[in-house]
Design a protein around this ligand. Structure first.
Ligand code: NAG
Ligand code: NAG
Ligand code: ZN
Ligand code: ZN
Length: 434
């Protein structure tokens, strides 16, 4: 039991540190908005935008990140997971808090005509990861300017291959999370207002898996079906049966999705093909129901194909794209986020997010470091035309978002380390980790 004197001291400390919180949030945003600072971030983002690289091929992007870290005299380790970079700012001692940016582009032809359009045909930063990199470098600059005040170490994670290939998983396997006790990440959002952020405590994004099945029959002439075994009919029934999994085998209060997005095979009006292939995605909000669904997908495809005398093979493609876990936000960091982001942006500009069936490979970090937090950063300036959403060839980043992301990253980490020094917070922090 603490004496009233030491309680008084803790209270005083809390007041002092709470005061720091107010200052750093607003000060960091102001700093990131200064013309020279802003132009520097915009320049980085545009250079990366012009030269998009796909997952695990982010060689020049990685080099650009390292050059900027060198210029700021921030030490880093490289490579992690082929192109990944991990920088370190602060005391070099615990606690270690991580900030994450993804670096990969999409296989998409940019259709926006502007000065800094992608120079690589068929590749485009259409998800905003170019802006994510610029904002994490912006945070690095702010934090480096305050390195003597950091009560621990900020770990800057620049990862490859978020789009499907699970770069985060490889970063972890290569040790990027060593000693890390908390981690933050965000994604830009076209449909949300500039200067607002959204998130929620608990499950935020779904676990995701892919499947592909080849259904084989016996080819033949369309006019004599009795001499063939029709894989198109079998696959059609497979697709219908798959749709019964969510409606009939899942608790209606649990969210799941099975979508078949690909159905290929056959080449002529009057030929029954030898085989067809189907492929799709399945998603869920709990690990148990995710693996239950996976098992049933495989059983249903094989058994339903057999009804029509076809054979089926099912592949979950985990070599290429590992299953993404559920992204779960820590309750403790949600309170921290409300405080820090609220001070910076105004408490009215922190909105609740509903869970969605989208998936993020940030989930690999949140699986390993449960004190994890992911949020969305609004980009839409209400006085500009509506932005196209991510993965559109017409996607655009509103560069006015850059100071917000840089300052939020920096303030969330800075304040996390400051709070960790307050004994009452320390207790709570340790408790949450158990
Ligand atoms: C299915 O597999 C069995 C066992 O390998 C084989 O005998 C049969 O011919 C196959 N049927 C089709 C339609 O491919
Ligand atoms: C939104 O756009 C207007 C007009 O371009 C600009 O004056 C304003 O500063 C922008 N808002 C923010 C928050 O950047
Ligand atoms: Zn994306
Ligand atoms: Zn993305």
């Amino acid at each position: 039991m603490a004496s009233s004197k030491s309680l008084h001291l803790i209270f005083l400390l809390a007041v002092i540190f709470a005061d720091v919180a107010v200052d750093s949030s607003k000060e960091f945003l102001q700093r990131a908005r200064e013309t020279e600072f802003y132009d520097w971030m915009v320049g980085i983002r545009r250079r990366i935008h012009e030269n998009p690289e796909l997952g695990f091929e982010e060689f020049q992007t990685s080099e650009l990140v390292r050059k900027e870290l060198d210029a700021m005299e921030i030490p880093y380790k490289h490579p992690f997971a082929v192109t990944g970079v991990v920088g370190y700012v602060g005391s070099g001692k615990p606690p270690f808090v991580a900030l994450r940016a993804d670096m990969d582009a999409l296989a998409l032809q940019e259709l926006v005509e502007w000065e800094h359009k992608s120079k690589i045909p068929g590749k485009m930063h259409a998800c905003g990861h170019d802006a994510h990199i610029a904002m994490l470098l912006g945070a690095a600059k702010i934090l480096q300017e305050h390195r003597d005040e950091l009560q621990g170490t900020v770990v800057l994670i620049f990862q490859p291959a978020e789009e499907g290939s699970g770069g985060a998983k490889k970063m972890i396997e290569h040790g990027a999370l060593e000693n890390v006790e908390a981690i933050f990440g965000f994604h830009v959002r076209s449909a949300k207002a500039l200067g607002t952020v959204t998130s929620r405590p608990g499950p935020l994004l779904a676990a995701n898996g892919f499947f592909e099945a080849v259904i084989s029959g016996k080819g033949g002439h369309a006019a004599v079906p009795q001499l063939a075994i029709d894989p198109i009919l079998a696959a059609s029934n497979v697709i219908v049966s798959l749709q019964n999994l969510v409606s009939r085998e899942t608790n209606p209060l649990e969210s799941q999705v099975v979508t078949v997005g690909k159905f290929q095979g056959g080449s002529a009006f009057n030929i029954i093909p030898e085989s067809v292939s189907i492929a799709g995605t399945f998603r869920s909000f709990s690990k148990e129901s995710f693996f239950q669904l996976k098992q049933r997908i495989e059983e249903v495809i094989i058994a339903q194909a057999a009804v029509q005398m076809c054979n089926a093979t099912v592949d979950f493609l985990t070599e290429k794209q590992p299953f993404y876990p559920v992204t779960v936000n820590s309750e403790q960091l949600h309170r921290h986020f409300l405080n820090v982001a609220g001070e910076m942006l105004g408490f009215d500009n922190i909105k609740d997010e509903l869970p969605t069936m989208g998936a993020e490979d940030f989930s690999f970090y949140s699986e390993v470091v449960p004190v994890a937090y992911f949020y969305f950063l609004g980009m839409q300036n209400e006085s500009h035309p509506p932005l196209k959403i991510g993965h559109s060839p017409l996607f655009q980043v509103n560069e006015e978002v850059l100071p917000y992301g840089a300052a939020l990253h920096a303030a969330l980490a800075f304040e996390y380390l400051s709070d960790a020094q307050i004994p009452s917070m320390e207790k709570e922090r340790v408790h949450d980790e158990l």
